[in-house]
Design a protein around this ligand. Structure first.
Ligand SMILES: C[C@H](O)[C@H](O)[C@H]1CNC2=NC(N)=NC(=O)C2=N1
Length: 96
């Protein structure tokens, strides 16, 4: 499947959607958790997968919030790796 329908699935859903930024070169989302430890556990889940994929998020954490941006630096755009990491984040790291 090409990227477009998979990107559309991430950004067009009514809830928990990702935002498409910077002329569709970035996927962005802010996650809010019960507390800092939940946020940190989420970041750990993402970090382990990112390292395994050799594809790393641009992110920041303030207390119970994590702001994530996904883009591929080498191509300055969205690639399969960004979509895969977003899908992993949604299906694995946010289920607890
Ligand atoms: C040398 C190393 O493999 C590259 O810099 C990897 C690391 N992680 C990466 N992460 C992201 N988001 N984009 C990249 O292009 C990228 N490249």
């Amino acid at each position: 499947m090409s990227l477009t329908p998979r990107i559309a699935a991430l950004v067009s859903r009514p809830q928990n959607a990702w935002n498409l930024l910077a002329e569709s070169t970035k996927l962005q989302r802010t996650f809010q958790f019960k507390n800092f430890i939940e946020a940190f556990g989420f970041m750990t889940c993402v970090a382990l997968r990112a390292q395994q994929m050799n594809h790393h998020p641009e992110w920041s954490n303030v207390f119970n919030k994590v702001d994530i941006t996904l883009t591929t630096h080498t191509t300055k755009g969205l690639t399969e790796k960004d979509i895969k990491l977003a899908e992993f984040i949604d299906t694995v790291c946010t289920k607890h």
